[in-house]
Design a protein around this ligand. Structure first.
Ligand SMILES: *[C@@H]1O[C@H](CO)[C@@H](O)[C@H](O)[C@H]1NC(C)=O
Ligand SMILES: *[C@@H]1O[C@H](CO)[C@@H](O)[C@H](O)[C@H]1NC(C)=O
Length: 506
């Protein structure tokens, strides 16, 4: 009975996260030694405090709550890996809180326990206490002792100067191209030398693999410096899509205010113009441009669920799951009809790992009204599992039903693309070609990639290469298309293409 009561209470607290962390009573309860001991006895202490401290860190790295939860977590550790992990995290939080001595103590302990990366923390605390040279030699010794890794060079660059610094940063990018700091540093250095275009190109390199708000903000400022207000406005709109209350310029200027200022310098678009632009950008595979247009459309029409749903689809393509979920929830809250709401609820369920429930929402929605989006959701959720020929033909049937319902070219192009992909998976290559051709008829440029795959499977390497060339010619962001095309002319790489699983996009 008592266990059930505790479990029920805990559930209430967890449902209320993150705001329940701000309730002093909740914190007093969670951090009391009694509660911690009981949880430890039940064997769940580490997991629970690990989860809670992560939620707290996401809210604020420097809050007292975060430190308290991490300290409880430290008390719950039993294994060595747990201990080193927590020591490192506490080090990071204390460093942010500018408690350098305490931070250094934790980093040192973690490094001693075998966590080499914590040495970077030790170096940072040294640097913060004015020991730049000591930090530099520490990182140099790590580089000579261990197998080189990108982070080692990135960290040493922080304490290095002049040409050496630039050299360390380019080694860091070579070893790990996904670290953002080297690109940002080079971009700012180039801007200081008045090479604004080169600075923008540097940031463009990051945008290809990650949409990071501070990189986008930097690029916006560079565009303003070039008086290219249209591009600056586009980037700021993207920023506000990722973080609606984004404050620019070290938190001093609201993004919305800058949008207002720049809007006076850029030709205004009506809602109909926006749709036209959205189609153009869609067919030139410009997801970032599309995101900016959608932001503008929501400015004209704040509570429009259909547009919020489109926003979530684009954000997913760009790998921004958190922002995508926010847009999807807004779409659900603003949906104008029951059958529409059921579809958005279905996607939310699907994205939180509840596939069966998502399917049932789709079915309910179809029951009320047959719609493109409901059939699409149902097909997508079913195609998620591995398909035998019977379920494949059911998915095909669902997509065909979807295509009979009213929708626009943007959505139908996607459905045709997915249909093509499932035909390829069942070996019906001619049917797949028909789908991709129909998708291209309505300017769904991504279908070139599907066609290339079909030609490749038919052993027509030249035709596959030519399809990718067409994609490269039409696509704004064509870096990955270049890569794929080269795979089609390299026999070794080409072998890999045949093992590509079907690649569904919403
Ligand atoms: C949607 O509505 C619910 C309930 O009214 C609310 O709690 C939630 O914050 C809303 N979500 C968004 C993203 O606005
Ligand atoms: C394709 O990429 C190149 C280099 O990134 C760029 O110069 C070119 O403009 C892109 N193509 C289109 C149609 O935008």
């Amino acid at each position: 009975m008592a266990y059930l009561l505790v479990a029920a209470c805990l559930q209430v607290l967890l449902r209320g996260l993150p705001s329940s962390l701000y309730n002093p009573k909740v914190m007093k309860f969670l951090c009391s030694s009694k509660v911690r001991e009981r949880l430890a006895m039940a064997g769940h202490g580490f997991l629970l405090y690990y989860f809670l401290s992560h939620v707290a860190m996401e809210e604020s790295m420097v809050s007292k709550t975060t430190v308290m939860l991490l300290e409880r977590l430290e008390e719950c550790t039993t294994e060595r890996w747990q201990k080193t992990l927590v020591l490192h995290q506490l080090g990071c939080v204390l460093l942010e809180r500018r408690e350098f001595k305490d931070a250094q103590f934790r980093f040192l302990a973690a490094a001693k326990a075998g966590h080499v990366y914590s040495v970077a923390g030790v170096a940072r605390t040294k640097y913060k206490q004015g020991q730049q040279y000591s930090a530099y030699t520490l990182m140099s010794s790590i580089i000579s002792e261990y197998k080189p890794a990108g982070w080692m060079y990135q960290e040493r660059a922080l304490y290095n100067i002049g040409k050496e610094k630039i050299l360390d940063l380019s080694t860091a990018t070579e070893l790990d191209p996904t670290f953002l700091f080297p690109y940002k540093y080079r971009a700012v250095a180039k801007a200081e030398e008045k090479q604004i275009r080169a600075a923008i190109l540097e940031i463009d390199r990051t945008v290809r693999f990650k949409l990071s708000p501070d990189c986008i903000e930097l690029r916006a400022w560079f565009f303003i410096a070039l008086e290219d207000y249209e591009s600056a406005l586009r980037d700021i709109r993207v920023l506000l899509t990722l973080e609606p209350n984004y404050m620019m310029f070290h938190g001093k200027v609201s993004g919305d205010y800058l949008v207002e200022l720049l809007s006076h310098r850029v030709k205004q678009l009506s809602q109909a113009d926006c749709w036209m632009h959205l189609y153009d950008q869609w067919s030139s595979v410009d997801d970032i441009g599309s995101l900016a247009i959608i932001h503008q459309m929501l400015g004209h029409n704040p509570g429009k669920s259909l547009i919020q749903f489109r926003q979530s689809l684009l954000l997913l393509r760009l790998n921004c799951q958190k922002a995508a979920m926010r847009s999807l929830r807004l779409a659900r809250n603003n949906s104008g009809s029951e059958h529409e709401r059921l579809v958005y609820e279905g996607w939310i369920l699907y994205d939180t790992g509840n596939r069966e429930e998502a399917l049932s929402k789709a079915e309910k929605s179809i029951h009320i009204q047959r719609s493109f989006e409901a059939f699409f959701l149902k097909a997508y959720a079913l195609a998620d599992s591995s398909l035998d020929s019977e379920s494949s033909s059911y998915v095909i049937q669902l997509l065909e039903e979807a295509l009979k319902c009213p929708s626009d070219g943007l959505r139908k192009g996607q459905a045709l693309n997915n249909l093509g992909s499932i035909y390829v998976d069942c070996g019906k290559l001619d049917k797949a070609v028909d789908c991709y051709m129909s998708a291209l008829d309505i300017k769904h440029t991504r279908a070139h990639q599907g066609l290339a795959r079909v030609y490749h499977l038919k052993n027509q390497r030249k035709a596959a290469y030519d399809e990718m060339t067409k994609l490269i010619e039409k696509a704004q962001n064509n870096a990955s298309a270049y890569e794929k095309r080269s795979e089609y002319c390299d026999p070794e790489m080409a072998k890999m293409i045949s093992i590509w699983q079907h690649n569904w996009i919403r």
